[in-house]
Write a protein of this length. Structure first.
Lengths: 148, 148
């Protein structure tokens, strides 16, 4: 059964977004990369804050417009899987079921392997294998604690 | 710590969307309401499929445009909480932290109590107490199985 591992929110100001979610009680993980991406652990799903344009570029889609409203493709849901072959298989299944692969799977600079597909309504999914984010027995990502 | 309980995707065609996610392995819960909302259990987070206009109306925001790309406010993340006072408290915290309450909390026809707030980048959150969706010890929603 697929599992939503991570939700990426495209944001205009990483510091502002981080301050907002920390005020609500989320905890920043040490996996965060200063000035680039903030990972927040909240229960069983990871929330990632990432530049809006960076997200669109990574996903191979048109950039969402900045502003006070969340624009097109400003959110990506991710399914993390145990290995690369699983990524290829789920992307193929999604394409056969009416999804559109916006960026085929490839090795990523961060050490993993992922691709993007939109569902029939245009919702963006990243299908990923990330060896740096181990999955527990239930398939959920466990981030390192800490907020340096 | 807040917990993403549920992710609502605004869709143009409920049957088409349901077929897509079932093809990917999600299981429809018996909590679904025929022709209105589809709840899918996937690991530790619930995926809800809901009409795009219905979602915007419920959230008190402008409707996302239909089409092949996910538009503004076509996604809402939800935090489900143990009681109504928690909902009021988290909405107040979010507003104080720079969020915008798009629909104040109120009793819902489905028996719960919820309001909506956008984060500083416009991402939509529903803050809810839903007595019909009990929370487990980790704060996650456990839906009834089954797909009638």
């Amino acid at each position: 059964m697929p599992h939503v591992s991570l939700i990426t929110l495209g944001v205009d100001d990483l510091s502002r977004a981080r301050a907002f979610y920390e005020a609500l009680g989320w905890r920043r993980s040490a996996a965060s990369v200063e000035g680039e991406v903030v990972f927040l652990q909240g229960g069983t799903v990871v929330l990632a804050l990432y530049g809006r344009a960076d997200l669109a570029r990574d996903a191979g889609v048109a950039s969402a417009s900045a502003g006070t409203e969340a624009g097109t493709h400003a959110v990506a849901l991710a399914v993390n899987l145990p290995d690369e072959a699983d990524v290829d298989a789920l992307l193929a299944t999604a394409a056969a079921a009416g999804g559109r692969v916006t960026r085929p799977a490839r090795r990523a600079s961060w050490g993993g392997y992922s691709g993007y597909v939109t569902d029939p309504d245009g919702h963006l999914w990243e299908i990923a294998h990330n060896p740096l984010f181990p999955l527990d027995a239930e398939g959920r990502v466990e981030l390192p604690d800490g907020s340096e």
